[in-house]
Design a protein around this ligand. Structure first.
Ligand code: HEM
Length: 458
């Protein structure tokens, strides 16, 4: 008897739970249906799939394309065959893909709150690093000149072939570390220390693992890189003593100011002869920001800066090496410098070179594809219905992948010669959301102007 009543007790509990969940789901579905109808939503087109439930076919195809370095073209092909906005299932994750400026503008700016990524964590991090992105940081081009000269010295002089992208990654790691921590990793040097080499290895493993996890979407946790934890630890250990030293200096500077040993007005970091670095300004916040948080922020900026800047330089060099006419024009614009590096002010006036760089950012954007996840039920302005003009309903939790790479090559936005490299198209051009190498809205790249000195390298 007792067994039966226990069973019926659990039966009632589970039955009620199942009924509640069903009721809740039906309720949510009805609410979503009403919202979609009231906003005139239509369904986006779909990519034809052999496995529409789990999307294994596409996941395999994605991975094959990625390993053949054809990931971007693979996705671009769907945009040209299916349309600017479409749905597809990757590993059971039903996503929306778009290269439509209006949809991207909604996610990044006008409806930012609906697609905010890490909420308070991001706000806190951004508030912390924002004051560091000042012109003073970069207008002194000597760091860049020093490392670029070093790169040129290290390259083989016997006309043998090198993978320049690999060297540029080392260049941006050396420049980035000096610029952020005040001490370069000096990995470009042939006699780089073992500690610096291990840091470079750790950073590489970390970047590779994160990229792979992002590509796997919600199944990213399934990817295991045996060296990942060790790599992260190495990166933190590498900058730990620098953070500790900067905090100690900030404490003693504050003590000296309070006790009148130095004049706070005249003797602050801003006025001192010591070079201004991200770490020094971050360290001033030592009372409210932990050292772990400082390390996280510094590594976060290095991640954001290293590959993007190196890719921009590599693509620009690739273009210049293949287009001798454009290279000749760049050289003639730079002729007045007589082989000396330009100043910050002169950089702005290099109109042709700036247009070449804009064109590289258009055709080879260093962040070519990106994703946002809906934080609540919402809509995108277009892409729904048979002709793609209706709004699209986006339920909470849905991922929207946006391809800047494909958007930058749309003939309806950039003309029939959209795929051609034409720096002249930038004369007098004022593009809106159809040109987004640095994103837009609250999460716009704060280092947008900080990559300018790399032009010195080019
Ligand atoms: C050609 C060079 C660069 C390109 C194309 C680029 C592009 C971007 C893009 C598209 C984002 C937005 C990512 C997202 O929200 O999903 C971003 C974010 C960011 N970038 Fe850059 N970036 C470049 C160079 C730099 C440099 C040199 C720095 C630092 C000195 C930097 C620091 C950052 C930071 C800190 C973020 C995160 C912003 C946030 O989440 O609020 N970037 N960048």
């Amino acid at each position: 008897m007792a067994t039966i009543s226990v069973l019926s007790f659990f039966g009632i509990v589970f039955g009620s739970l199942a009924a509640y969940l069903l009721f809740h789901r039906v309720n949510v579905a009805i609410r979503r249906h009403r919202l979609a109808r009231s906003r005139g939503c239509g369904k986006p087109k779909r990519v034809p799939q052999k496995d529409p439930f789990l999307g294994f076919d596409l996941f395999r195809a994605f991975e094959d394309a990625a390993s053949n370095s054809k990931y971007l073209e693979f996705i671009a092909n769907w945009f040209s065959t299916v349309g600017p906005t479409f749905g597809l299932n990757v590993m059971g994750d039903d996503m929306i893909f778009t290269n439509e400026p209006r949809n991207i503008q909604a996610m990044l700016a006008t409806q930012f709150q609906d697609f905010e990524m890490d909420g308070k964590d991001w706000e806190h991090g951004r508030a912390l690093v924002r004051p560091n992105f000042v012109k003073k940081q970069v207008s002194n081009l000597s760091i860049f000149e020093k490392h670029v000269s070093n790169l040129i010295r290290q390259l083989p002089a016997d006309q043998s072939k090198v993978d320049i992208q690999d060297w540029l990654f080392r260049l941006t790691l050396d420049t980035g570390s000096e610029y952020l921590f005040g001490k370069s990793a000096s990995i470009l040097n042939s006699d780089a220390t073992e500690t610096a080499k291990t840091f470079a290895w750790g950073f590489e493993v970390g970047m590779h693992t994160i990229a792979k996890k992002i590509r796997m979407g919600r199944f990213g946790w399934l990817y295991r890189e045996p060296n990942y934890e060790k790599a992260c630890e190495i990166c933190h250990k590498y900058i730990e003593p620098m953070v500790q030293q900067a905090v100690a200096e900030a404490r003693s500077r504050e003590y000296s100011e309070k006790s009148g040993l130095i004049d706070a007005e005249k003797g602050g970091i801003e006025n001192s002869e010591e070079r201004y670095t991200f770490l020094r300004t971050l360290a001033k916040e030592y009372k409210t920001v932990t050292e772990t948080d400082m390390r996280n922020q510094l590594l976060n900026i290095l991640v954001a800066a290293r590959d993007t800047s190196a890719c921009l330089m590599a693509s620009t060099l690739f273009v210049l090496a293949h287009r001798h006419g454009i290279q000749a024009k760049v050289r003639s614009e730079l002729a007045f410098l007589n082989n000396r590096p330009p100043t910050w002010e002169e950089l702005k006036d290099l109109t042709y070179l700036n247009n070449v760089i804009r064109e590289v950012l258009r055709l080879h954007p260093p962040v070519p594809i990106n994703v946002r996840v809906a934080k609540r039920d919402t809509t995108l302005p277009c892409g729904g219905g048979p002709d793609g003009t209706a709004t699209v309903f986006v339920e909470k939790g849905k991922s929207i992948v946006y391809s800047v790479y494909s958007m930058h090559r749309r003939p309806d936005l950039w003309g029939s010669k959209a795929e051609e490299f034409t720096p002249e198209r930038w004369i007098g051009a004022k593009p809106g959301f159809e040109f987004l190498p640095f994103n837009a809205g609250p999460r716009i790249c704060p280092g947008k102007f900080h990559m300018k000195p790399f032009i010195v390298g080019i």
